[in-house]
Design a protein around this ligand. Structure first.
Ligand code: MSP
Length: 645
């Protein structure tokens, strides 16, 4: 039997869960449900990371014993997940005795084989990250994640010989293109590995930190946070001898955000290698949810709490929005307004409307009973059926690539095709003509079947909605019991069985009233600074007049060369009817020689600017994707200078 093992990071318990944690965990849930749907045996792990300086400090600040503190806060995550319909099989805590034993077992094993040694280290240490930094990793002398200067720290400690495995790791990543995905993160790890790798400090003197796992061969020390945390992925499976470990470790898929790429892309595989454990199957790395293009921040009051949104908009709208609006791998900007728009247009209008109009017609014209499908197919039916096949194919492919937004887009293509089919066949007209009864039945039956297929395809994303739809179609199955081969056949309903119209799946939100309310609230004293400023957000919306001020034209690249000392920039000369010199940040994705003769789209009326001292008289348009940039070009040869509108 095919198997699949999916994990989330184990979250630190010194912050309450926010939308970022919810996103990763919902992604893992969607993936888990998808693999179950296609018939795999799956195991889904999440949990909490509970040791270390930061946690001990937070416990002190809260006036609690560390154990009481971590018990309380771990529970926040544990309680949240069922409310977001998370289907995890196990919840691991690094303070679990069984986990600690495995950490000690691996430490001893690696120590015995000579890959852990005792030494002294002096370096720059960020308390926020709980790790030493190299100079080149700092931005303006500060930790880029915590925006503060690291402290100088020197102490005797245990080190893991990570450097020993550098060449092995480079080769492994090169030989296994799917090991780290999407490609941009694979490249990031490979480029980091171009520099010599340092050994990893894995211990802390107990006198300074008692909140850790004791090192089995020296009780003056406890283990360092990453050596503890990463091991959760195997300790949860009962490594070394557990049955689950044997069954699921070979198909381990870790999901993380870019913030913890290095520990997962470098420390973890080398630790596994040293411990004699096979590498995990794949690491899937996503971007960051931002608020107003910035990091979420407690002090600015922009931390988004999942349950606040679920309460207002419903769980499935929230899950759908997160998976539909973020391209896995890239950053995305969160806004409540975007969520409302998705809810109104995709869920209430497209999906909700298709479902309710289908059932309303079956009620009216077929007495709420599933009609037979015996008439011959016309072109219209063939088109709808071929969209079903196409959607299934694209959906499966996209899901396997973690391109969730694409998988959903392909389902929505089917929904839109079906809504068009209703308009084109006008069942209410067919109902007026007795001789069309057979065809009317066929149309409605096909629509019911398409609704059923849509219900199955959205099940990983919106399990409650899926079950609600299926129940009303007369199918009593839990979302997790659905199976690709049985439940996605074109015909799955029983002729003559009863369907039930029920209430709208997704009530619409009155966006104007919502905006009004936002404005009112931002005027209330005390709210001004905390709330996202709606008016400011609206500045991003432009009118056609404003857009037409931007002059876009087609240009042909005549010359292209690299710019010394710049890894990103290329200097181009482009013919747009006149010659323009343009400096473009595309060197990571394009070689100069590839560009000559290419048709590109240029912003021609941009104020000239200097980049690395070179004047740029325009800007080239490119699409951003997880795998890098792609230049916009024309699909026909048009003369240079042709306007783009
Ligand atoms: N405890 C470590 C992980 C150890 S795994 C062996 C840790 N914990 S964390 O609480 O900081 O969680 C980080 C993870 O939370 C990210 O990798 C990501 O999965 C999620 N996110 C936190 N903030 C996020 C956003 N703003 N956007 C998207 N996901 C983010 O690191």
């Amino acid at each position: 039997m095919n198997r699949f093992y999916v994990t989330t990071p184990i979250y630190y318990v010194n912050a309450a869960p926010h939308i970022g944690h919810a996103y990763t965990t919902i992604v893992a849930d969607v993936v888990n449900r998808f693999y179950k749907l296609i018939g795999h045996e799956t195991f889904f792990l999440t949990g909490t990371d509970e040791h270390g300086d930061k946690i001990a400090q937070a416990a002190r600040e809260a006036g609690l014993d560390p154990k009481d503190y971590v018990d309380r806060n771990s529970q926040l995550f544990k309680d949240l997940w069922p409310r977001l319909n998370i289907s995890n099989d196990y919840f691991i805590r690094t303070t679990d005795e069984s986990h600690k034993k495995v950490v000690q077992y691996i430490l001893q094993k690696v120590y015995d084989s000579g890959d852990i040694y005792f030494g002294s280290y002096r370096g720059l240490y960020c308390i926020g990250c709980e790790r030493f930094f190299m100079e080149r990793e700092l931005v303006d002398g500060k930790c880029p994640d915590h925006d503060r200067e690291p402290i100088v720290r020197e102490e005797e400690n245990y080190f893991f010989k990570m450097s020993k495995y550098q060449d092995w790791l480079v080769k492994y990543i090169e030989d296994n293109p799917d090991f780290i995905q999407p490609e941009r993160y694979r490249n990031e790890v490979l480029s980091f590995l171009k520099e010599p790798l340092e050994d990893l400090c894995i211990s802390r003197p107990r006198e300074r930190l008692s909140w850790g796992i004791p090192i089995p061969f020296d009780d003056r020390y406890v283990t360092y946070v990453w050596f503890d945390a990463l091991i959760n992925y195997v300790s949860a499976l009962g490594y070394p001898s557990g049955e689950l470990f044997k069954r699921f470790w070979p198909v381990a898929n870790h999901i993380i955000a870019k913030d913890i790429l290095k520990p997962h892309g470098i420390y973890w595989p080398t630790m596994l290698k040293a411990a004699g454990i096979e590498p995990y199957r794949s690491l899937h790395v996503h971007g960051y949810w931002k608020i107003e293009e910035a990091k979420m921040s407690k002090s600015k009051g922009t931390v988004v709490r999942p349950l606040d949104l679920v309460e207002i908009y419903g769980l499935d709208a929230f899950r759908y929005f997160l998976l539909r609006d973020m391209v896995f791998g890239l950053d995305a900007n969160f806004s409540e307004e975007a969520l409302i728009q998705r809810l109104n247009s995709d869920l209430a209008n497209d999906l909700g409307n298709l479902f309710s109009r289908t059932l309303a017609m079956v009620k009216k014209f077929c007495n709420s009973l599933v009609p037979p499908l015996n008439e011959a197919e016309t072109e219209k039916e063939k088109e709808l059926i071929s969209q079903v096949d196409l959607t299934k194919e694209e959906y499966e492919k996209s899901m396997k690539e973690f391109a969730f937004h694409k998988a959903l887009m392909s389902v929505w293509e089917l929904i839109n095709r079906a809504n068009k089919y209703v308009d084109e066949t006008s069942p209410w007209e067919l109902a007026k003509d007795e001789t069309q009864k057979g065809y009317l039945n066929k149309v409605l039956r096909l629509l019911l079947e398409v609704n059923r297929i849509v219900a199955v395809l959205v099940a990983p994303f919106m399990p409650d909605t899926s079950e609600k739809m299926l129940t009303r179609l007369g199918i009593k199955k839990k979302a997790l019991e659905l199976r690709w081969n049985d439940d996605l056949k074109l015909l799955g309903l029983k002729e003559g069985s009863k369907v039930e119209k029920g209430k709208a799946l997704f009530p619409r939100i009155d966006i104007d009233a919502w905006k009004e309310k936002q404005k009112e609230e931002s005027k209330e004293p005390g709210n001004g600074e905390d709330k996202i400023d709606e008016a400011k957000k609206m500045e991003n919306v432009i009118s056609i007049d404003e857009f037409s001020k931007i002059k876009l034209v087609v240009g042909i690249v005549l010359e292209a060369e690299s710019i010394p000392k710049s890894k990103k920039l290329l200097k181009l000369v482009v013919d747009i009817g006149e010659k323009r010199q343009v400096v473009a940040g595309i060197a990571k994705d394009y070689k100069p020689e590839e560009l000559i003769g290419k048709r590109v789209v240029i912003v021609a009326n941009l104020k000239p600017a200097k980049l690395m001292g070179i004047e740029s008289q325009g800007m080239i348009l490119a699409a951003q994707s997880p795998d890098g940039l792609a230049l916009l070009t024309c699909d026909r040869d048009v003369p240079p200078g042709s306007p783009v509108s």
